[in-house]
Design a protein around this ligand. Structure first.
Ligand code: GAP
Length: 479
């Protein structure tokens, strides 16, 4: 097994064994590209969302929130262009009966085989994609003699297009509903409501976190490409003349936001879109170094007035703002980030195997402290002399403010290892000295250093070491 494959395998099993991510419906054989979040996964995910939500809607006084529904009138998808243009490419292998995205099949082939004329082939592929030349793409697969990764056959079907939206309720055309493939359209269709009720003036933004659904064909990339996933999207409405200014601002701010996570600067790169989505006039991806290479983490797009204009036409309702007695449709800069992809970026870059001085290893999840699902663990050293009672009392007082764990496993070493593995930044041990000095032993996850601190300072200490305030304050300097 290759090093990267081995690491991904290790990561998936760690996520499952420690209650972060489970394959969905596993007792019935599982479902491709759909996952559930376990007890620690859900808290880590909620903390990620809190960091984004506060950075966008709390630090920016010109961005408000929204929570629109997943199901929307089907005309929304006609107007947005998703019914006509939200297509992906598909190719079947007639022997293995597996389906692939031909563009990804070609890219993975080039990468795996370290193909000498890689750039030339990629250029040709992009050209074919731009022209929607399905016959040409099949020809390229044949020419390169790309085999099915599973059964090694080259018995390929024609390349065809399929719409990526999940259709539900299709008794008659009028009642057809779709599971939304992006949260953005809920923002566009509510633009006038939000503007009126919030009394916001251009430039202003609307932010939303919510589920999206796409019929993705690719599998084997864990949380990277799912069929049900969550997006954190923000549409920023601007004067058309200020498009460049705000596109630059959002690219800069979003990258800064990621870098503040401290996952390593070298893990990020910006990639301008060569192939634009049907709604975009320009776009950039913030790419992250995932276990399978650099891939899109967040997209920043100039959507101009594409969406609002289309909704105005399809709904026959004016969606306009006024400036100096003239009405116009604002332009939009969009920032769009997948919660699950960010979860994977954080999880994969934080999961480490560290050699200890005694030659043993520890598995440690070095996630940013303010995102950790559990902020601190409280243990009694032994189960006698009143130590469990003191530990429980401390736990009960502090649990009002922070998510804690109380554990009375008799082996302190095992307790520390378990907390390292789930990313708990601080552990407090109540020992014999606690009885006489009212102090406890505090241990840091990353350095494993220990020191004594007074019981009455524990709460402040947790805030100082794990609170989100510090990072929000830093970020607010960039606004
Ligand atoms: N509203 C614009 C939009 O949806 P996108 O580039 O298709 O743009 C934006 O998606 C972000 O959503 C991506 O950068 C990625 O983080 C996340 N995303 C998209 N498809 C995904 C999938 N199948 N699984 C997980 N995350 C996905």
């Amino acid at each position: 097994m290759k090093k990267n494959d081995y690491f991904l395998h290790f990561l998936i099993s760690h996520a499952k064994n420690y209650g972060f991510i489970y394959p969905s419906s596993e007792i019935y054989g599982g479902l491709n590209a759909i996952y559930d979040y376990g007890q620690y996964g859900v808290d880590l995910k909620n903390n990620i969302k809190e960091y984004w939500w506060k950075s966008m809607t709390q630090l920016h006084d010109n961005i408000v929130g929204l929570d629109s529904s997943i199901l929307m009138h089907s005309n929304i998808w006609k107007a947005s262009g998703h019914i006509k243009k939200f297509y992906d490419l598909l190719i079947d292998n007639k022997d293995s009966k597996k389906r692939y995205r031909p563009d990804i099949l070609i890219k993975e082939f080039l990468l795996k085989n370290n193909y000498p004329k890689k750039e030339k082939i990629l250029f040709r592929l992009n050209h074919l994609l731009k022209k929607n030349d399905l016959v040409g793409i099949r020809l390229l697969i044949k020419e390169l003699n790309i085999l099915d990764p599973k059964c090694k056959s080259n018995n390929w079907s024609d390349v065809h297009l399929f719409n990526m939206m999940f259709k539900i309720s299709e008794k008659n055309e009028k009642d057809v509903l779709f599971l939304r493939p992006e949260t953005a359209q809920g923002i566009f269709s509510n633009f006038s409501h939000v503007k009126q009720s919030s009394r916001m003036k251009i430039p202003f933004g609307i932010a939303q976190i919510g589920k999206s659904f796409r019929k993705e064909i690719i599998a084997r990339q864990f949380l990277f490409r799912m069929r049900e996933f969550e997006q954190m999207e923000m549409q920023f409405f601007i004067f058309p003349k200020e498009e460049k200014k705000w596109y630059t601002y959002w690219k800069k701010f979003r990258l800064k936001w990621h870098l503040e996570l401290n996952l390593g600067e070298k893990n990020y790169q910006l990639q301008d879109h060569r192939q634009l989505a049907h709604y975009a006039s320009a776009g950039t991806d913030i790419e992250f170094h995932f276990p399978f290479g650099f891939k899109e983490l967040e997209g920043i797009h100039c959507r101009r007035d594409f969406d609002l204009k289309r909704h105005e036409n399809f709904s026959n309702k004016k969606i306009r703002v006024f400036k100096e007695f003239q009405s116009y449709i604002p332009y939009v800069i969009e920032t769009s980030l997948g919660v699950d992809r960010l979860f994977l970026a954080i999880f994969s870059s934080s999961l480490k195997k560290e050699k200890l001085k005694n030659g043993n290893y520890r598995i440690i999840l070095k996630i940013p402290n303010y995102l950790s699902p559990i902020k601190a663990a409280i243990f009694p050293l032994v189960l006698k002399n009143g130590l469990p009672e003191i530990a429980k009392k401390i736990f009960n007082e502090i649990k009002i403010d922070y998510k804690l764990i109380y554990d009375k496993n008799p082996s302190i070493g095992k307790l520390y290892r378990r907390q390292d593995a789930i990313g708990t930044p601080l552990c407090f041990t109540i020992d014999y000295d606690t009885i006489t000095t009212n102090t406890v032993t505090m241990r840091y996850r990353d350095s494993m250093k220990q020191k004594r601190i007074p019981i009455k300072k524990i709460s402040n200490f947790i805030e100082k070491e794990t609170g989100m305030k510090k990072i929000l304050k830093k970020l607010s300097n960039y606004i």
